[in-house]
Design a binder for this molecule. Structure first.
Ligand SMILES: [Zn+2]
Length: 503
């Protein structure tokens, strides 16, 4: 019996599992058999590795080849194990040195001519390999930078199977740098200095950033709702090291990382189209489910433009992530949970005809009311700030230079750290997480301060939930002022942001 052993990994939901590959070449009719709960997609590897080895000018072994993948009880799919399977076959045949095989993770899909193709989920795979005590990882060159995000691993990138076999035999050094940063790959910088006028909406954006409040912007087309929303990540705190790793892992599994600059260390901005499906928003797919837009917006911003055009099912699908911060997606053998804790920014035209100038609206009052009324209910209960944007007047265009994002971000960071300190013992990070009862009881404000809210409640102008939203916002306004607790003015101002978006 001739045996070759290698290690690889497969995605299992939001993490990766290390897979032990064994290739056994024995007597019998020539053929390749795979065991260990591999699905039809993975079985196609048999043809790919045979063609790749032959086209790499290496002889295909004579005899009956059994490829076993362990642990046997785990369902396995995809093409990322191709390289490990091919190397195991070559090792069983004794055509390659086995000295690296015990401590190396092999990842990559093989094309028929022997070239390596990039795969998704490299980051979680390398993390799993490191946890297993492996020290080396060999990946397609396109995945080198992603693999190198895990410190302390010896990363080698290869363009084809021949390079990997040469490296194993000590005839070649693998690429440990990966594709150079491509300047066209860098996202365009967006800054609040580009936004002229819109003082109230700019302030609303700052408050949203400071308290992590969900935000609704309404206004006619072309008024700058999208332009403003895109500038929210620029005033949010940078991601911590562990948050960056978490967010980058989600994008690795989704297959949306840049080859050149894979680390996501700023809040992502994800803007699905209003025609998006529930599956595109929440994730799914077979056999290896991908995280949807809501998960790719994890620890960042989910921007839904023209949100009144979203179907009721799509709006409804946002409820679970808003409540739990994660989404369950169906896959073979059960569910997988992808994290999805995002800041929601909704934008809407005031009515279906959406003229640039409100005076030109041809909708009936009933149609206008119904249009934004679609958004009411449990989803809107979570949106603390609503603001109406109008075209900037001539005065705004000639006014002084708008404040840049850096200045706004500084105030946001100060306000955030004040809030974090205050709520630390309760486990809340931001004001938006503080539950209503806590605002009304444990952190009850003096009667003189909450008087505006009491008056609104008594007159039936707000609900209890609306009152909670106003109190939550008042704390953020107070934090932005650098005060210890909200004043009556903070509370009154918070009430103004209550439902400005409507009408
Ligand atoms: Zn209209």
């Amino acid at each position: 019996m001739k045996l070759g052993q290698t290690k690889t990994a497969v995605l299992s939901g939001a993490a990766s599992e290390i897979i032990e590959v064994q290739a056994d070449i024995g007597q019998g009719l020539p053929g390749v058999h795979m065991t260990g709960r591999v699905d039809a997609v993975m079985k196609e590897a048999r043809d790919r590795i045979r063609a790749a080895i032959t086209n790499s000018k290496r002889p295909w072994p004579q005899g009956r080849i059994i490829l076993g993948l362990a642990p046997a009880d785990m369902p396995k799919t995809g093409s990322g194990c191709d390289l490990a399977l091919a190397v195991a076959v070559m090792a069983a045949e004794g055509k390659v040195s086995a000295r690296h095989l015990g401590h190396t993770l092999f990842l990559g899909e093989l094309s028929l001519d022997g070239r390596l193709r990039p795969v998704r989920g490299v980051l979680p795979a390398v993390v799993a390999a490191k946890n297993r005590g492996l020290t080396h990882v060999v990946v397609p060159v396109e995945n080198v930078r992603e693999a190198a995000l895990v410190p302390g691993m010896d990363v080698g990138g290869a363009a084809d199977l021949v390079s990997v076999l040469d490296w194993l035999d000590g005839h070649r050094i693998l690429d440990n740098v990966g594709p150079a940063t491509n300047s066209t790959d860098m996202p365009a910088m967006t800054d609040l200095a580009d936004v002229v006028g819109q003082d109230e909406a700019r302030y609303a954006l700052e408050i949203a950033a400071a308290g992590a409040h969900h935000l609704l912007l309404t206004g006619p087309p072309g008024v700058g709702k999208t332009m403003l929303a895109k500038r929210l990540p620029g005033i949010l705190p940078p991601l911590s090291e562990s948050e960056a790793l978490e967010v980058t892992t989600i994008h690795s599994i989704a297959g949306t990382l840049s080859e050149h600059d894979p680390l996501i260390d700023r809040a992502p901005f994800i803007a699905p189209h209003h025609s998006t499906s529930v599956a595109a928003l929440t994730g799914g797919g077979s056999p290896m489910p991908r995280p949807g837009a809501a998960s790719r917006a994890h620890r960042g911003v989910l921007f839904l433009d023209e949100c009144a055009e979203l179907g009721p099912k799509v709006l409804e699908s946002l409820r679970t992530p808003l409540e739990d911060g994660s989404i369950r997606v169906l896959r073979v053998g059960g569910f997988v949970a992808f994290p999805a804790r995002f800041q929601l920014v909704l934008a809407a035209n005031p009515c279906p005809c959406a003229p640039a100038n409100d005076a030109d609206c041809v909708c009936s009052p009933t149609v206008r009311r119904r249009y934004l009324g679609k958004l009411s209910g449990p989803l809107m209960d979570r949106v603390d700030i609503r603001v109406r944007m109008d075209p900037p007047g001539v005065a705004a265009l000639s006014s002084e230079e708008p404040e840049p994002s850096a200045a706004v971000r500084k105030r946001v960071l100060d306000a955030r750290s004040a809030a974090r300190e205050r709520w630390a013992e309760y486990g809340w990070q931001t004001n938006s997480e503080v539950p209503g009862p806590a605002l009304r009881r444990r952190f009850k404000l003096p009667p003189t301060v909450v008087r505006p809210v009491e008056l609104f409640l008594r007159d039936g102008r707000i609900t209890t939930r609306g009152a909670d939203r106003a109190l939550r916002l008042a704390w953020t306004l107070s934090d932005l002022r650098g005060a210890d607790t909200p004043s009556e003015t903070d509370v009154a101002q918070a009430l103004m942001f209550r439902d400005r978006g409507y009408g």
